[in-house]
Structure formats: C-alpha cells, structure tokens
Design a protein around this ligand. Sequence first.
Ligand code: NHR
Ligand code: GAR
Length: 219
Amino acid sequence: MPIVVLISGSGSNLQAIIDAMQAGELPVEIRAVISNRTDAYGLERARAAGIHTEVVDHREYAGREAFDRALQKTIDAHEPALVVLAGFMRILTHEFVEHYMGRMLNIHPALLPLFPGLNTHERALQEAVKQHGATVHFVTTEVDGGPLVLSARVPVRPGDTAEGLAARVLEQEHRIYPQAIRWFAEGRLQMQYDRVLLDEKPLPTTGIDFAELTTDQTR
Ligand code: NHR
Ligand code: GAR
C-alpha cells in the first residue's frame, strides 16, 4: 500500500516504520517523507533508507490555508492510500482533514482522551497520573479527538522527568504504530463515522490496549 509520512522532527517513529517494512512485517511502500521543517533529522533517516523526501516549509506561506493547500498538493502527487502523521507538529485545517478523512492516522504521546495537544509529558507529571502512554487515532477536524485505534501504557515512576517519561512512551510508540499501520495496509482497519472497525467489528471507543491484543489481532 502506498503511504506518505509527515514529520517535523527526529523521526524515530518513521524509523520504526522503516524497520518494520525492512523486516517484512509491514506491507507498505513509503512514497515520500514530507517535513515542514528543513532541519528535521527524520529527513536524513529517510534519505539513508533511499526514500524520497520533500520539505513544505510553513514559514513560506501566508497562513494555514495556503500551507495546507501546498502540503495537500505535494502529498497527492504521490497518490497515497494512507497519510501517516509521525511527530508532525502543525494543526491541520478542516479542508485538509476532510480530504484525507478515514485515511490519515496520528500517534499522540498520551493516553487519549487525556492530554490532547502539546507538552503531554509535563502535564502528565504535573497531574501526577499513575499511568501514561501513547495512542494511535484516526485524524478528524477535532485535534487529537478522532476515533481511537490502539494505545500502550507505561507506568509513571516517582522522580520521573518529562524526558525520561517521553523516552519510555516513545518505546511503546515504536511498537504500536507499525501494528496499526499494518492493519490499515491489510485492509483490516477502517474508520466509519466516529468509530473504528477492525476485521469488520467495531472497537470499544477506548480503542485496543496493546497489552490485550489477541493472537488473532496480531496475526
Ligand atoms: N490536525 C487536526 N485537524 N486534527 C488532529 O487530530 C491533528 C492535527 C494536526 C496534528 C498531531 C497532534 C499531536 O499528536 C496532530 C493532530 C500539533 C499541535 C499544535 O498545537 C497540536 C496537536 C498535534 C500537533 N501545534 C502548533 C500549531 O500552532 C505548533 C507547535 C509547533 O510548531 O511546535 O499548529 O499532538
Ligand atoms: C512522538 O512522541 C510523537 O508521539 C509526538 O512527537 C514525538 C515525535 O518523535 N508527536 C507529537 O507531539 C505531535 N504533536 P519522532 O519524531 O522521533 O517520531
């Protein structure tokens, strides 16, 4: 399945996708990696894997609408069946999201619906939650509010820093994102209205907990 990956930074989730592809565990072809930042390290990861890269720099556009139109044009030239947000840091307009509805996934570094938006690890520490994690969801116009697919939990430990917690969460991101993308690529995962179907069956609104995956679901 042809996909396009959008990044803004380090690209460790991109790397996890590339690694899963190279291990023969993910039936996708990354047609392009697109960054809104010229200095994103993920661009180098893509180049090292021989993947086409492009930059659409948001600072070169008069506003979000103009940026999103340029981004959409760049993406659509590659005719992806799925758009993957992997640490992409720009909020997307309604028009853009409508265009890719049901075929755009995001990974968010929190247990949604807790802590949508930015600085999730700092906020989790501030609120002294016992568990934190990451969630894969379909992208809708409501930021970090789309239907939930798959999440993984990590414990929050006494004395944790935001950096330490972020690293623990990131390890889990690298497990769950390739799994969710694989389901989509195999035609097993669909968004229908505000629900997610896996193998034609609706998921609970919380999505699936990675720790509770059945052998059927991971096959
Ligand atoms: N766009 C829509 N419409 N819906 C979603 O669910 C989206 C989205 C765009 C990005 C990722 C999201 C995350 O996982 C995502 C989901 C950036 C911001 C943000 O406030 C919020 C959420 C997410 C990504 N960005 C600032 C902005 O003004 C810029 C911050 C920066 O450049 O560092 O766009 O967390
Ligand atoms: C990841 O933790 C991802 O969940 C988060 O940024 C990090 C990107 O890491 N995404 C967001 O915060 C989106 N607003 P990566 O570039 O190494 O994949």
